[in-house]
Design a protein around this ligand. Structure first.
Ligand SMILES: *Cc1c(COP(=O)(O)O)cnc(C)c1O
Length: 633
């Protein structure tokens, strides 16, 4: 066999395809983050340092330099396109904070975006309150989307009074009167945006977000009514932004071009109507190539960030030229594309199970062993490369019979145990036979999945990868170490929740998806860590506390020259008591209850005083502990 190298691993896991240059496999077979030229950090070194300090996994590693890098890339992509086409306007992005409201994320984007006057977008009162407190460039936009009440609008208008460039976007027609009313009450003139319902649609999983039946936005006639109403009030100059958004993760660049053309057409007509529009907001939707396939598959995209910027700028310019209107400031609300790359979840593998793992013990046959068990023995003895398809199908049938007979009382537990063990032995033999084949026949398509190991990983899918559960989102997953060694196992992953949905059985692939992930054998002698990549968009905030597995610990890491790193900040994950309290319990109540029960047990002699205090101490310790499994490393 050819030796296996780091390059082979990089190819096997598609690292170059999905990492956008922010991650690579080094010569030692370790994953490095490479946020900028000349600096890098080895993920395994960071994890080892944290473990040495006594911290427990899972841990999210956040790389502020990657976030800043994405902000720069996006803005530079637009600047380049504007220069190339001689576009008459400029670009000013806004970050929709619903994608990730973490302080580190918002502050890093605000800071890195300052020189580009990159702004923020809020979709609720709480988000707006947060955004208003950020230090932003005076021209940076603060867009207010989402349905609004008086309080929301008041907060937005006070933002204008503070000198911030706040735009209130009307999501439905009736919001206009509310804005006019609150504006009169406060004596603050608004800057208004209108979200228009394009008939163009996105592509991919959020295709339904666009089109005539969309949840948000005004149709053409409502839009004209807004114009008339503002004209009446002599406030046409307050309508500054036309806003459109056709959904997230748009996989096909053609859909973007079509939508942008339609939006620019509307923009031009409004300008002709005498509206003082300044901004054309093309919304979010800039994709992330999670599987690296560069296709219109839902986990991918068939364009680059540069092509996106280029096509948006070109389309707007072309329509403006045709209509002879001034080119607007282009705004995009790219969220996913800015944040996805900056976060990596590190998860330890804590055990491995599976049909070809664990005890290979086959119980002795009973004297009157059942015929079905004998049939399985026969298959095990005779299965080979010529007959394996037929033999495998027979074995599957026999196993079913075995279980039916057991349920009906015709088979002893010994026969069942022996039959199941022989079936597993058949699978193992089969696995060896087919491992040398160039392809596995179609009718055995689910064989790799049947034979796969289950790697039990110390994390909760519902807390850390909610989109994998909810909408089958795919994230690249690789070991962060041992990548100069050939992975010899095929695995699926299971989490530690008591929910059978807490598993991953689909993995990224250049063609469609893979049923198993190649991994290294683990024997428990040293820790084996998996990195879950591109986790920075939506997952942090959508995660839920299933089984009371709480927020994960996180480290903010700076990469340095020469593969060194600094751990800037460590935030310990949610303690058990915090998450218990979030369900309406109070800590003293819990302690009192345990204390009273312990007193009673002591009174009747079930517990001696020494054990009682130990019990109470252990209980306290767990209340203060991490919600994930903690094994001595
Ligand atoms: C969610 C949302 C976005 C963000 O979209 P991404 O695809 O993450 O860039 C932008 N604009 C609006 C109106 C949104 O609701």
């Amino acid at each position: 066999m050819m030796p296996f190298t780091s390059d082979d691993a990089a190819e096997l896991y598609g690292v170059q395809n999905w990492s956008s240059g922010f991650f690579r496999v080094n010569e030692k077979g370790q994953v490095e983050v490479t946020p900028a030229p000349g600096v890098s950090a080895v993920l395994k070194d960071v994890v080892d340092e944290l473990v040495e300090r006594g911290e427990s996994l899972p841990i999210i590693l956040r790389f502020p330099q990657v976030l800043a890098g994405r902000v720069k890339q996006l803005n530079e992509a637009f600047r380049t396109a504007i220069r190339e086409y001689g576009y008459g306007g400029s670009y000013q992005g806004v970050f929709p904070i619903k994608v990730n409201q973490r302080r580190m994320v918002v502050e890093t984007i605000a800071e890195a975006g300052f020189e580009y006057a990159h702004g923020l977008e809020a979709g609720s009162k709480a988000e707006l309150a947060l955004c208003l407190a950020q230090n932003m460039h005076s021209e940076a936009l603060l867009c207010c989307n989402g349905f609004k009440d008086d309080g929301f609008i008041k907060l937005a208008l006070w933002g204008r009074a503070l000198g911030k460039n706040v735009v209130v976007t009307l999501e439905k027609f009736s919001e206009l009167e509310r804005v006019l009313k609150v504006s009169r009450e406060l004596g603050v003139r608004p800057a208004i945006g209108v979200r228009f319902k394009l008939h163009a649609r996105g592509s991919g999983q959020w295709e339904e977000s666009g089109g005539d039946a969309a949840k948000f936005g005004l149709n053409a006639s409502e839009l004209l009514q807004v114009v008339e109403r503002l004209r009446q009030e002599d406030m046409l100059d307050t309508l500054v932004m036309l806003h459109t958004h056709i959904g997230s993760q748009i996989t096909d660049i053609r859909r973007i071009k079509i939508a942008v053309r339609e939006a620019t057409q509307v923009y031009s007509d409004l300008v002709d109507e005498g509206v003082g529009l300044k901004y054309l907001n093309v919304g979010g939707g800039l994709g992330v190539d999670y599987d690296g396939s560069k296709t219109t598959f839902y986990a991918s995209m068939n364009y680059t960030m540069h092509e996106y910027a280029s096509d948006v700028v070109y389309s707007v310019q072309e329509v403006c030229k045709q209509n002879g209107v001034r080119e607007p400031t282009i705004v995009s609300e790219s969220g996913r594309a800015l944040t996805a790359h900056h976060a990596v979840l590190i998860v330890p593998v804590i055990d491995v199970t599976g049909p070809t793992r664990g005890s290979q013990f086959i119980p002795e046959p009973a004297e009157d062993q059942h015929q079905v068990v004998k049939d399985l023995e026969e298959i095990l003895a005779n299965i080979n490369l010529r007959n394996y398809r037929e033999m495998y199908n027979d074995a599957v049938g026999d196993k079913e019979t075995l279980h039916n007979l057991f349920d009906l009382g015709y088979l002893t537990l010994r026969d069942r145990a022996r039959g199941e063990a022989i079936f597993n032995a058949i699978l193992q033999k089969l696995a060896k036979l087919v491992s040398g084949l160039p392809y596995v026949p179609d009718e055995l398509e689910d064989l790799p999945k049947v034979l796969a190991d289950k790697y039990i990983c110390n994390f909760s899918l519902f807390q850390s990868l909610p989109d994998n559960w909810a909408i089958q989102a795919l994230f690249p997953i690789t070991p962060i170490d041992r990548l100069s060694e050939r992975p010899t196992r095929q695995a699926t992953l299971v989490d530690i929740t008591c929910d059978s949905d807490g598993k991953i059985e689909k993995f990224i692939d250049l063609r469609d998806v893979k049923a198993t992930l190649p991994l290294h054998d683990v024997d428990g002698s040293s820790a084996y860590y998996l990195g879950f990549f591109l986790m920075g968009a939506y997952q942090d905030v959508l995660g839920s506390a299933h089984n009371l597995f709480g927020k994960v610990s996180e480290a903010h890491v700076l990469a340095r020259p020469g593969g060194k790193h600094d751990i800037e900040l460590f935030v310990r994950g949610q303690k058990a008591r915090r998450i218990i309290e979030s369900m309406g319990y109070e800590e003293p109540m819990l302690r009192d209850s345990i204390g009273e029960q312990a007193d009673r047990a002591e009174a009747i002699g079930e517990l001696d005083p020494g054990d009682k205090s130990e019990l109470l101490e252990d209980y306290d310790e767990e209340l203060l502990g991490y919600t994930y499994l903690e094994y001595e490393e």
